[in-house]
Design a protein around this ligand. Sequence first.
Ligand code: NAD
Length: 260
Amino acid sequence: MLKGKTAVVTGSTSGIGKGVAEALADAGANVVLNGFGPLEEIETLRTDLQRRSGARAIYDGADLSHSDQVRAMMARALDQFGSIDVLVNNAGIQHVAPIEDFPIEKWNAILAINLSSAFHTIACALPGMKKKRWGRIINIASAHALVASPFKSAYVAAKHGIAGLTKTVALEAAEHGITANAICPGYVWTPLVEKQVPDTASARGMSEREVIETVLLHAQPTKAFVEVEQVAAFAAFLASDRGASITGSILPIDGGWTAQ
Ligand code: NAD
């Protein structure tokens, strides 16, 4: 399905990004991995992707909070593979605190990683996609691109921002065979969610169990976490030729959260 194509997946050493990288490798794509983590584990993941795809996988450790590193990563990917056909902007961080106590450096980091890095990767990928008249841009946004929750000001602002960026890029690229969409997962049990449970507990004066049951799963009528594999399969569909008419869409996969 994606044989001969190359995918860059930011933040793909963990959680949703890792699942998306695996799904795109299963479809035959070369993959550029990015994100942090123990190098041995990343190397195991990289070789596994090559086995799954029969194509190449490389790792780029760019820190996406720095625009120059984002753009350098994209230049290296283009240099290695000649094109970037599928771009998945997935890297993201979270911080939970009331707005009056929200640390400025956390605000800046969340905006840089969750929003600005996608502006830079898209700007670097679009010229080559336009030349090939084929491209897929998939931004992993969040249900928080559509609705807010208290104590997540930077995250909600960044995710609403990426929804706007997605729509704008879709319009600019529509006549070039390029689609741009945002996938908006509800809660998926990954390290990002696990790490915010203690802070949410203290911001809301609750136990950690109460946070899981009455804050996280309460948001989702299904009362179940969304699974990484479900988000990954959705992304792989959008990346396929069958996804050609879906563009500019802000697509929830949230167990009914935003239907309420
Ligand atoms: P995760 O913590 O498991 O993975 C985050 C990835 O981003 C990791 O690979 C990490 O190394 C990478 N990363 C973080 N900072 C980086 C930086 N400065 N430079 C490069 N890479 C960096 O989290 P996840 O839950 O898989 O989240 C992935 C995306 O999905 C995020 O954008 C998140 O907002 C979004 N999302 C997650 C959920 C959820 O419930 N888990 C729900 C909706 C949206």
